[in-house]
Design a protein around this ligand. Sequence first.
Ligand SMILES: [Zn+2]
Length: 328
Amino acid sequence: MHRLQNTGRSARAPNGLSTGFIQATNPPSAAWRVGRFAPTPSGDLHIGSLVAAVASAADIKHREGAHRVRIDDIDPPREVPGSTDRILHALVHFALPMDGPVIRQSEHLALYQEALDELIKNQQVFACTCSRKSLQDGQLCVASCHTKLLSVHEPVNEQLKALRGEASVRLNTASLSGSLVIKDEIQPNQYIDDVTKIGTPVIWRKDGYVSYLLATAVDDSNGITDVVRGADLWAETPAQQLVMDLLNRSVPQWAHVPCAVDEQNHKLGKQTRAASVHEADPLVLVQKVWQFLGQAPQVCGSLEEFWHNAAITWDREAVPQVLTQRIE
Ligand SMILES: [Zn+2]
């Protein structure tokens, strides 16, 4: 049984910074911090994702760090053609601080495969052949599922296909013991007294694609020190941190800002067809987002001035400690 070594760990020094990955404009030092905004190209940038973008950029600039933009394009079936370009145009429209070239998860498939191999080797994953229907109650596998271990000597997708093409790779939390503390710089910390309560999240999908969980756990522990993002991902953080721990990677400082909802308490996102932000006056919109984030209103005449002030005055403690908040 694998006992978790690292519980409640906060960010380590970013000694994993690879200079090829992070194009540093300043020499890396102990104080060097890196944040990221990571949109999914399944639609246009909307006000909900703009909240996360502004928070992430202002926060890391306040810490004099670098701000990377990463496109989380690992789900081709859900990708909307052209949305990567439109998202990037929108970010330029808002003059979002971006350092170094845009990162694309689709270029990191070898890293995800390597991480998967490590989990397979350590018998921390299994091939789940449960049907969607049988998993509906509490997402628990049938007992025999956990015994379907995989081999590192054969391509995982071939092994999954051999299981009637109906298998996904899941995290074998039943083999673990221990607790987990997820520290959050904005929301309350999460305390998981027993890691098996995280369930058996999907690591590799039955359609052969890496899961969002594994890809993000790998990338957010690769030189990223600060993950400031929407609280719609707050509940997924324990599983992400657990995967980082199992892979013995560094855990970033987490900070979750409120998720913007409408008057019906629906998340403003692609699903609710939230208006795309391309056409709006960018300065008016970032000011609106700034106030949504609990920050003191700025008097400024340009986006350049806005971002300059934002880096100086950003205050994590002023961000409302709620998971959802209505945006006008
Ligand atoms: Zn199963």
